[in-house]
Structures are given as structure tokens and as C-alpha cells.
Design a protein around this ligand. Structure first.
Ligand code: GLP
Length: 236
């Protein structure tokens, strides 16, 4: 893993942007995208730039299950607000969390990933080390699947909802194996509440207890973290 320690998420966004710009310059056509507060500064740098994605494909990691179509909490809404309205792609895929048959939707999504190999995947990380919505215990060979969210993730995501009980209990997420197929993976993390997860991801054993640790088995991962998130690393 290549680790870049930055001052804060603004500087991190600039570093993240550079990877998108380089990937585009080198012919990347398919970008794996993430939600959450972490990638926002990278998206802001992309929006400020002259990068054009109208010939590119985007594939998002995950979506809540069961939110109404017009919900402003959906990841579909988030992506439009934070990136797509300003930088449209030729085609943007997100899992359909309203599909009646979620198993069929998961298979369909895996086919989309297979047909459009991801050149660069951006990731955030949950405090418990989840990536996408792959919670602790998710097998490394998992593909897209329905997920039961852990209480820790529900609590962490409650800040985006009016009431805790409004947070969906389920999601549909790319699996760890789907993420690992990406040619280049960029993972960003900011703030001290990510420090334990980052230490485990980089220096701990590869274990399903900390899903992001599987990234140690990928040969092209760039980690962008601020000093607070890097704080628990023994080798800073
Ligand atoms: C959610 C998303 C993840 C994201 C994580 C961390 O659970 N499914 O993709 O990485 O939250 O979010 P944040 O970046 O807001 O800390």
C-alpha cells in the first residue's frame, strides 16, 4: 500500500483528484465511486477541474434498501448533489435498493461490474473497518449482496437522518471480491475516529473482522489519510 499522509481533508481531496486526473490521462474509462463525507473533497476538486467524464462510466459501491424514490438520503441523491449534477458521466450505475428481488438485482450488478472493469475505485472506511457496506464478518470472496447493517454503522450514519429510527437497516453493496477486482484502489480517511480502522487495515492481520484489511492483498492501493487518522500507525 502506498500511504500519503496529508494535513487535512482539503489537501487529501487535492491528492485524490490527482489520481482521477492521472487515471483519465492514462485511458481509464470506468470509475468506482463512493458516498459518505470522506470523498466529498475529492469530488469538489474534480468539479473545479476541467476533467470531462461524459465518455466515462461510473459504478457506485452501495445503496440503502427500501428508501422511497425521491428520498434525499439515498446514495443516488447524494451522488447527483455531490458530483453528477456538475460532472455527468456517460452512464452512472448504482445498485437499485428498491428492487423487488434484491438477489436478482445483486446478480445484475455483478454483471455490470464484469462488463465494465473498474479502473479506479475510490473508497472511504467505516469506523469498524467496513468498505462499501461490507461489515465485519463479510467473506473475502463476497460479490454484490444484501447487507444487514451493524448498530455501529446505523449510529454513525444517523447524523444524516432526522431520527435514528429513519436509518435503513439494510443495504445492497458490492462485495469485497467485486472491489478487489478494481485495477487501482484509492482509500481515504480523515479524523481520529478512523485511526483504529486505519491501523488495522495497514498493520493488522488480514481478517474478516476488519474488512478493509483485505486490501493488503491488492497490489495497487493508495491510502490518503490525515495526521489524525494516521495517529495510531507504528510506522508514521
Ligand atoms: C457508509 C458508506 C461507506 C463509507 C462509510 C464512511 O457506511 N457505505 O462507503 O465509507 O459510510 O462514511 P464517512 O466517509 O462519512 O465517514
Amino acid at each position: 500500500m502506498k500511504v500519503i499522509v496529508v494535513k487535512d481533508n482539503v489537501e487529501g481531496g487535492k491528492e485524490g483528484y490527482k489520481l482521477f486526473a492521472d487515471a483519465k490521462k492514462n485511458g481509464a474509462t470506468t470509475f468506482g465511486l463512493a458516498t459518505g463525507s470522506t470523498p466529498i473533497t475529492t469530488y469538489q476538486e474534480i468539479i473545479k477541474s476541467d476533467l470531462d467524464f461524459t465518455d466515462s462510466i461510473s459504478i457506485n459501491l452501495d445503496e440503502y434498501v427500501g428508501l422511497p424514490e425521491d428520498s434525499d438520503q439515498s446514495y443516488d441523491y447524494f451522488m447527483h448533489e455531490n458530483l453528477f449534477n456538475a460532472k455527468p458521466f456517460k452512464h452512472s450505475y448504482l445498485p437499485n435498493g428498491r428492487a423487488a428481488d434484491l438477489e436478482a438485482e445483486a446478480k445484475h450488478y455483478d454483471q455490470i461490474i464484469e462488463d465494465n472493469p473498474i479502473d479506479l475505485q475510490i473508497l472511504g472506511i467505516g469506523r469498524n473497518g467496513h468498505i462499501g457496506f461490507n461489515e465485519p464478518g463479510t467473506p473475502a470472496d463476497s460479490t454484490t449482496h444484501k447487507v444487514s447493517l451493524t448498530q455501529s454503522t446505523i449510529d454513525a450514519n444517523a447524523r444524516f437522518f432526522e431520527h435514528e429510527e429513519d436509518v435503513p437497516r439494510y443495504a445492497i453493496s458490492m462485495g469485497l471480491a467485486s472491489i478487489m477486482k478494481s485495477k487501482h484502489i484509492l482509500i481515504e480517511a480523515y479524523g481520529e475516529d478512523k485511526a483504529d480502522a486505519i491501523k488495522g487495515m495497514i498493520e493488522g492481520p488480514v481478517t474478516t473482522d476488519l474488512p478493509a484489511s483485505v486490501l493488503q492483498n491488492h497490489d495497487n492501493v493508495t491510502v490518503i489519510i490525515d495526521e489524525a487518522a494516521a495517529n495510531k500507525l507504528s510506522n508514521k
